[in-house]
Design a binder for this molecule. Structure first.
Ligand SMILES: NC(=O)c1ccc[n+]([C@@H]2O[C@H](COP(=O)([O-])OP(=O)(O)OC[C@H]3O[C@@H](n4cnc5c(N)ncnc54)[C@H](OP(=O)(O)O)[C@@H]3O)[C@@H](O)[C@H]2O)c1
Length: 215
């Protein structure tokens, strides 16, 4: 698969590096082309740099938006991905101090991205976990592959992003349409708050068999 990545920071390198190692062609586009070139050189086979974010948006089957949430709409408008492109939104619109949503009271960031790029297929994914988790090969904990919730409206786009989650050694979990992306963003803010407080977020949920009183 051909994957464009906008941004060359932590998430871009973590996910892009894994996908390049899995055999995909990954093209990094950054506002500083020399940084993209350096990252591509460091990652080696499968990774390349393109001259700017718009070239990454035009490169492949899917485009990972690995930029800060408060920049992502303007980055998408400037990059103008073509209609039909799958946009992977890993952003977390979370205020660093309060750990509240910067989108509170309005559309989710994923929906804002979809509005900024009409005709594309936005899938919210890979936003829950820290970049260090995505660098694990594979991200398996206590024998269980990490589950990756996906929110999006287009079945083919969801299938494509699901394959990319599988390529990491994780397990894609359909989590509803883009209308539910705001819940995923909010759930992530809650979970990050628990982690920052030193609490095990996983511990607040019972196993599936006990979730609805069946067991
Ligand atoms: N870090 C994590 O553990 C983690 C986990 C889950 C989700 N996320 C989400 O993933 C996204 C990326 O996070 P990150 O940790 O990878 O951030 P990062 O390391 O700070 O990298 C951000 C990248 O975005 C680029 N950028 C910033 N503003 C831009 C603009 N206006 N135009 C073009 N490029 C711009 C930066 O370019 P320069 O190098 O030129 O500054 C940099 O390459 C964020 O939305 C974050 O919420 C992060």
């Amino acid at each position: 698969m051909r994957i464009g990545i906008i941004g060359v920071g932590n998430m871009a390198q973590a996910l892009g590096g894994q996908w390049a190692r899995a055999g995909h062609e990954v093209a990094f586009g950054a506002r500083d082309a020399s940084r993209a070139a350096a990252v591509a050189r460091q990652l080696g086979a499968g990774a390349r740099a393109v001259e700017h974010p718009a070239a990454a948006a035009g490169f492949g089957d899917a485009v990972l938006l690995a930029v800060p949430a408060d920049q992502v709409e303007r980055v998408v408008v400037a990059a103008a991905p073509p209609a039909g492109r799958v946009l992977i939104d890993c952003t977390n619109p979370i205020a660093s101090g309060t750990l509240t949503l910067t989108t509170a009271g309005g559309p989710s960031m994923a929906e804002r991205i979809a509005a900024a790029a009409p005709g594309t297929h936005v899938v919210k994914a890979f936003n829950v976990c820290h970049e260090s988790v995505w660098r694990r090969t594979p991200p398996v904990f206590d024998g269980r592959p990490l589950a990756v919730p996906l929110c999006g409206d287009d079945p083919e786009a969801l299938a494509l992003v699901g394959r990319l989650a599988t390529d990491l050694g994780a397990e894609p979990v359909p989590a509803g349409g883009l209308v539910r992306a705001g819940l995923l963003e909010a759930a992530t803010a809650l979970v990050i708050g628990l982690w920052f407080a030193g609490r095990d977020a996983q511990a607040v949920l019972p196993p599936l068999a006990y979730a609805g009183g069946q067991a």
